[in-house]
Design a protein around this ligand. Structure first.
Ligand SMILES: [Zn+2]
Length: 419
């Protein structure tokens, strides 16, 4: 199992200067290496309907640039630009490897036939980071002992170890990155054991979850979690700070101060949202053995008028987090096709047409429940076919059910240990 733990660093002002210089030099080198690759590509290709006069290469065509040629060029880079001698060699290789994987993701489709976008040049304001590929190994560039991280060519940096590194895990990599409020280190931790997933015949509880804009999610038991709307709540403050920023002289000292304020606000909103996602995910995983969710087309939904709300709830990020938490805790998740889940009746299966504005599902069979609850029940039905779950599926259609929506308090689940 692979985990990433992130800790804040407490570097001295001199170390901050070194870290920033490394980031900037590696950024330039990345851009140079990318331009080398793009140049080779442009010179050896011609659009099919163009005259060769238009796209005839001028001069000698350079050799194909790949990771190996670029890595062997590092020696020459250090001769031409002596500043690169002060950077730990493995970090420079990792920088090129990162480019290499971006490049391959762009040109070579993966199993599903999807490709990434064209690698972009990194701007000066882009977040810079660099990786030490080995930690605590002989000849490694980074050593962590206690709360001191010893980095080759940088020195000893204090790490704020707000939680211990879990037992049984080996530190594989250390990535140093800068954020709006300081420098951080992310350790990739590896444990050779694979967490065993729950066998299918041992599933005792299952639920379907329906995500929405009105309520963050509704489970098949009718419990729901409210949308926290972190971005909407922060919008007024953000707007004020951003208009302050617009009044400053560009790139002046005060402008930079204000820009950092705005960046930290955004960071705060992102962290609040992530924390909330983890709390909900742990609550679900602790309460149920199997969680059935809908495979949504979030990219498509985010192009509509509801974009801001949809991106603010960030279901996609949540579903990813939930799946990761479930794997870690040995529970199961299942994505199902969401088509028709809000239309069909969970009691009798009849179609009950309704628009988005209709929030209550009321069927001729006597079932009157919240619309999201009905979808959650449908999802559960769809995903739990053939599973030995005692109580699942539709509600008893003979008795009309009163809607009971309990807003779950998540505070208690925050510190629930997950074994
Ligand atoms: Zn019905």
């Amino acid at each position: 199992m692979l985990l990433t733990y992130q800790y804040k660093l407490n570097p001295t002002p001199e170390q901050v200067v070194t870290l920033e210089t490394w980031g900037e030099l590696l950024r330039r080198h990345y851009n140079y290496a990318l331009s080398e690759r793009l140049d080779w590509l442009n010179r050896t290709r011609c659009q099919i309907d163009r005259c060769s006069l238009v796209s005839e290469p001028i001069g000698k065509i350079p050799d194909k640039a790949d990771y190996y040629t670029q890595a062997s060029d590092l020696k020459r880079t250090k001769e031409l630009f002596p500043d690169y001698k002060n950077i730990y060699a493995d970090c420079q290789q990792q920088n090129l490897m990162r480019l290499d994987s971006c490049w391959k993701r762009w040109l070579i489709p993966d199993k599903t036939g999807k490709r990434g976008g064209r690698p972009r040049f990194k701007k000066r304001s882009d977040i810079c980071s660099f990786t030490f590929p080995r930690v605590n190994a002989p000849k490694a560039g980074a050593h962590l002992s206690g709360n001191v991280l010893k980095l080759s060519k940088i020195g000893e940096v204090e790490v704020i170890l707000h939680r211990p590194i879990p037992e049984g895990f080996e530190i594989k990599q250390a990535t140093i990155r800068s954020k709006a409020d300081g420098w951080y280190v992310s350790f990739s931790l590896e444990d050779k054991t694979v967490p065993t997933a729950l066998p299918i015949d041992e599933i005792k509880t299952a639920t379907g979850i329906d995500v929405g804009l009105e309520k963050f999610l509704t489970t098949a038991d009718g419990q729901s979690v409210a949308v926290p709307q972190y971005y909407r709540k922060a919008q007024a403050t953000l707007a004020r700070q951003q208009s302050k920023l617009a009044r400053k002289t560009a790139w002046s000292k005060n402008y930079q101060k204000q820009a950092s304020k705005v960046a930290r606000l955004h960071l705060h909103v992102a962290r609040q949202r992530k924390e909330f996602h983890y709390q909900v995910a742990h609550w679900l995983v602790d309460s149920y053995d199997l969680i059935i969710f809908e495979n949504l087309n979030i990219k498509g939904l985010a192009r509509t008028r509801l974009a801001k709300s949809i991106l603010d709830v960030a279901w996609g990020a949540f579903l990813q987090i939930m799946q990761a938490v479930a794997v870690k805790c040995g529970k199961l998740t299942l994505g199902v096709d969401p088509r028709g889940t809000s239309i069909n009746c969970s009691g009798c299966g009849e179609r009950v047409e309704k628009t988005l504005a209709v929030r209550v599902h009321s069927c001729s069979c006597g079932l009157v429940i919240d619309r999201d609850w009905n979808s959650a029940l449908n999802l559960l039905k769809r995903g739990s076919v053939g599973l030995p779950i005692p109580v699942c599926g539709g509600l008893d259609s003979s008795q009309p059910v009163k809607q009971k929506v309990s807003f779950v308090s998540l505070r208690c689940s925050r510190y629930t240990a997950c074994s």
